[in-house]
Design a protein around this ligand. Structure first.
Ligand code: ADQ
Length: 491
């Protein structure tokens, strides 16, 4: 955190993301402030609190427009303002084409191997270009100097780095791609693959969670566009300035906010069981996700069903609470997925409920971080079964929440997090028998083993926290700025 303060003191820092860190929702006559369920926001919000600056995002809450000043900005967090949100307003057509269309029906399934076909439409692409241009304008107008530090977030803004570079040639543009990057054959499906690649190569630094994604990106560039690729330094030059392609595994704030850990574990255990009508000694599992087909929620339920088939002693003694935040519900594939998830939970509950106790409790609604942490602290296990996930912060949050050194993490091998947390029970979510066996192991794991595994994982998350993620990117950027300053001075 102190590196961030010293590196950023007096610098002109602008973050751009689609999602805003605070949503203002109208509830009757009141306006309520909500924190969205988003990995990106979870990671960047503490950074912005530490360095102040401006966060540019799409205004999407029902009451967002009512709370901003005439420059469309508002100071946040509400309880202790530390930085500014500048909202960019999109029309319905822009949002449909840029957000739901090209970003989430095109790039999202293209980059995740979850066997959902991407859909690419020219009209969506046109809106994507137009919205990227709109945000580029906002970035230029928000920059106070000629060489600001700009942090571009995610697949919604692949074209933005090049657009900004054209207006602010001396800017330091750090782009972070929060989702996986596929191999060149898969990426070739995108009809505008070259434009996307050239757009990203306007960045000074392009970051991914894993080296594997960096390799895939560099291979894709090498295959499809005219660029100089240096595999030793992992830099790519496409006409203008070189782009350094680097691995920066994202993480969470450490220690977790005191407020999230305020309730003692024993009270969380009691309250969360009571809230779901379960006896105190009942075993509790938890899953926390956006209701997204990449998160493997159906595979998770199938594993629970298999556990109860193979180990019927758990019927009526074990319940899994799935907290599923509604997401992208304007897209048909997501509506279809929600129906399938609900039907599956119902079917398994009909089959395996005992004395009125269901094996699955499915909560499709928004939960604030505090309640999510209460579930983490109450649970005997947390099950993350993503079919493909850039990192997965839920896994790290569960570990952070367990200051009692108890609880077992079951983690999909297809998450970036699995590379950092080998002490979790690592599973292939497509293998229901293996996952059921992991559930049984978790439910019967001796407390000493839970403690040993949890301590190792907590050590890693504490050390490689989100400040280190941002700090490493910003230190690399600072070194680049010093070099180009020296080159400029010496001609
Ligand atoms: P996401 O796909 O959003 O992030 P993840 O990293 O797990 O996934 O982060 C989700 C965040 O939202 C967590 O902070 C979690 O607590 C919160 N959340 C999830 N479901 C919730 C619910 N039902 N109610 C309340 N809060 C909920 C993308 C990539 C990831 C990558 C992050 C950060 O897909 O791979 O880790 O960005 O880079």
């Amino acid at each position: 955190r102190s590196i961030l303060h010293s590196e950023l003191r007096g610098e002109d820092v602008v973050v751009v993301s689609n999602r805003e860190p605070y949503l203002h929702q109208r509830k009757g006559t009141r306006i309520e402030v909500q924190r969205p369920a988003s990995g990106l926001v979870t990671a960047l919000e503490p950074i912005m609190r530490a360095c102040s600056g401006t966060w540019i995002a799409h205004g999407s809450g029902s009451a967002d427009r009512e709370v901003v000043d005439k420059h469309d900005r508002i100071a946040v967090p509400p309880e202790k303002p530390a930085y500014q949100i500048r909202r960019v307003w999109l029309t319905r057509e822009e949002e449909a084409g840029y957000y739901f269309g090209f970003s989430n029906e095109g790039l999202w399934p293209l980059c995740h191997i979850a066997h959902v076909r991407p859909t690419f439409r020219t009209s969506d692409w046109e809106q994507y270009v137009a919205v990227n241009r709109k945000f580029a304008k906002a970035v230029v107008s928000e920059s106070r100097t000629k060489n600001p530090i700009i942090l571009v977030q995610d697949y919604h803004f692949a074209l933005l780095p090049k657009m900004i570079r054209e207006e602010l040639p001396d800017a330091t543009i750090i782009t972070f791609w929060h989702i996986p990057w596929p191999n060149p054959e898969s990426f070739a499906i995108c009809p505008w693959r070259n434009e996307v690649l050239e757009g990203l190569l306007g960045s000074s630094i392009l970051g991914f969670h894993t080296q594997f994604h960096c390799n895939n990106f560099v291979d894709t560039v090498d295959r499809f566009i005219e660029a100089r690729v240096d595999r030793e330094s992992f830099t790519v030059s496409c006409g203008g300035k070189p782009t350094a392609v680097r691995r920066y595994p994202i993480s969470i704030s450490w220690p977790p906010e005191a407020d999230l850990m305020a309730k003692p574990v024993s009270d969380c255990r009691r309250d969360m069981r009571q809230a779901n009508g379960l006896p105190l000694e009942h075993k509790l599992g938890v899953g926390v996700d956006r209701l997204d087909y990449t998160k493997g929620i159906m595979e998770r339920f199938r594993a629970i069903e298999r556990l109860l088939e193979l180990n019927p002693e758990w019927i009526g003694r074990y319940t899994f609470v799935q907290i599923a935040a509604p997401t992208r519900s304007g897209i048909e594939e997501y509506q279809h997925h929600e129906t399938q998830v609900r039907n599956m939970a119902m079917r398994i509950n009909e089959r395996f409920s005992a004395r009125g106790v269901p094996p699955i409790v499915l909560k499709v609604e928004h939960h604030e971080p505090r309640e999510v942490y209460e579930y983490f602290r109450a649970a005997d296990l947390c099950f993350v079964s993503s079919l493909h996930d850039g990192m997965n912060l839920v896994a790290k949050e569960f570990v952070a929440a367990r200051d009692d050194d108890r609880g077992v993490l079951i983690l999909s091998q297809f998450t970036g997090a699995a590379r950092e947390l080998p002490e979790a029970l690592i599973v292939n979510p497509y293998d229901a028998d293996q996952c059921a066996a992991a559930l049984h192991i978790a439910l019967t794991m001796p407390t000493e083993e839970q403690r040993d595994r949890m301590r190792l994982m907590r050590g890693l998350v504490a050390e490689f926290n989100v400040f280190r993620w941002a700090g490493r990117m910003l230190l690399d950027a600072a070194a680049m700025r010093r070099r180009s300053h020296l080159i400029g001075k010496n001609g």
